[in-house]
Design a protein around this ligand. Structure first.
Ligand code: ZN
Length: 427
């Protein structure tokens, strides 16, 4: 349907009318320390918020065995005891419009050293129009925005005239297995919208991501005879350097992977964690480090792994001990392919129109150097997945924050998009 301008204005005003409530809901969500393995209480809260809005709530624990055979699955070496997904579904009296999935992740990344935060990460505060706190930007503001979008319609006496599923998933920051479990559960729609913090832009393309762990061995001896041993920690340095060499080699290939040919440094490799050794006066017998690296959309995961393994093997060969005791490589976490949103999707045109109505300018598109759950909908279910959301700073850093004015406007655009895509029926 085409919204008349009177109704469009009413919807935008209705978002404004509920905005204080929306900010309060966002702050409530930020208070939950929903890091890996501790998302369940935040999910309980989301489930009740969905239920309060009259949505049918589906809440289930992710069953690894049910999804492990599916394309897009990422291997994990942890338990899913507390890994619950929550979906709230609205089903209209008669479905006239196109169905929609609104998807957000509830999991947040660890906070790092607390003394680097101005105020505690899970005690949200508002200052100069920004809401501070871990997960505020990535992406509890977006998740709360999904609820605020349907609240804005409800305030006017409307609800979507199509099936609408609001998904609050876990595991986005490490595997994507939460979104995958929603596919396994049977959720489908004509489009998906994920309000990740994207500076009011649309993601046209996203990279894939691989996580792997490198386990280096050494020979432990007393440090007084250090030369008779093999230092596993120091042996890791050249391997890390070689991996950064591979990163640069992949970056030089970007011309083969549109739309990344014009992106400055699309492939980033990060040594995100390292551990090793037992004692200052013992030559360390072990060192373990975790790596995150991007791959291009269209770059095959198996081929990328072969290159990673060859790089590590070659670097190890230069080490007297490692030459015969090559490091072990363990894949755990992200095995994510890249995803490019197809040209000419009607949903993109509608979101573009909604965005222009609110912001007064064209919707900009980006090729991001990160990944999102959009890939599951787009690659494995044929559902065009739009990632579009507010302006945030320092996500995964300290003093993470999200700009409230941007949240307000993105929510207006989302509400307009829901109304146009799904159509409306009177409550
Ligand atoms: Zn995110």
């Amino acid at each position: 349907m085409m919204l008349n301008s009177e109704l469009a204005t009413a919807i935008m005003n209705s978002v404004d009318a509920g905005f204080d409530e929306q900010v309060a809901l966002t702050a409530e969500l930020v208070k939950f320390p929903s890091v890996r393995g501790a998302e369940h209480t935040a999910q309980d809260f989301v489930a009740s918020a969905l239920r309060e809005r009259g949505l049918a709530v589906d809440r289930w624990r992710i069953d690894i065995d049910a999804i492990r055979h599916m394309p897009g699955f990422s291997p994990v070496h942890v338990e899913y005891d507390n890994a619950f997904n929550v979906v709230g579904s609205h089903r209209p009296r008669s479905a006239k419009g196109r169905s929609l999935i609104l998807n957000g992740h509830i999991d947040v990344v660890p906070v790092g050293p607390l003394d680097m935060w101005t105020t505690p990460p899970f005690a949200p505060r508002i200052e100069d129009g920004w809401l501070y706190g871990r997960g505020g930007g990535d992406m509890k503001a977006g998740l709360a925005g999904c609820l605020a979008g349907i609240d804005a319609l409800a305030r006017l006496g409307y609800r979507p005239a199509a099936d609408l599923h609001i998904q609050s998933v876990v595991e986005e920051e490490c595997t994507g297995n939460g979104a995958l479990a929603c596919l396994e559960r049977g959720y489908r729609a004509d489009a998906a919208l994920i309000p990740e913090p994207m500076w009011n832009q649309l993601i046209r393309a996203q990279v894939g991501v691989l996580w792997f762990q490198v386990r280096v061995r050494g020979v432990p001896v007393h440090v007084r005879e250090a030369r008779a041993g093999a230092n596993a920690i120091e042996a890791a340095f050249p391997i890390i350097e070689a991996l950064h060499g591979l990163e640069e080699a992949w970056n030089t290939r970007r011309e083969h992977y549109p739309p990344y040919e014009t992106v400055e440094h699309p492939i980033n490799l990060n040594i995100g964690r390292i551990e090793g050794g037992d004692w200052p006066s013992s030559v360390p017998a072990w060192c373990v480090f975790d790596v995150r690296v991007a791959i291009y959309p269209g770059q095959e995961i198996a081929a990328a792994k072969r290159e990673i393994e060859a790089t590590i093997r070659d670097a190890a060969r230069a080490n007297r001990f490692l030459a015969n005791n090559p490091p072990e490589i363990v894949y755990h976490g992200f095995e994510a392919e890249g995803y490019v949103l197809k040209d000419g999707e009607e949903a993109v045109a509608l979101l573009g129109r909604a965005h222009r109505q609110v912001f007064g300018e064209a919707l900009a598109e980006i090729a991001t150097t990160g990944t999102t759950d959009a890939r599951f909908f787009g690659l494995y279910a044929g559902i065009p997945a739009l990632v579009y959301g507010p302006n945030a700073d320092s996500i995964h850093g300290f003093d993470e924050r999200v700009e409230l004015e941007s949240v307000r406007r993105c929510t207006q655009a989302m509400a307009l998009f829901i109304a146009e895509w799904c159509g409306l029926e009177k409550v």
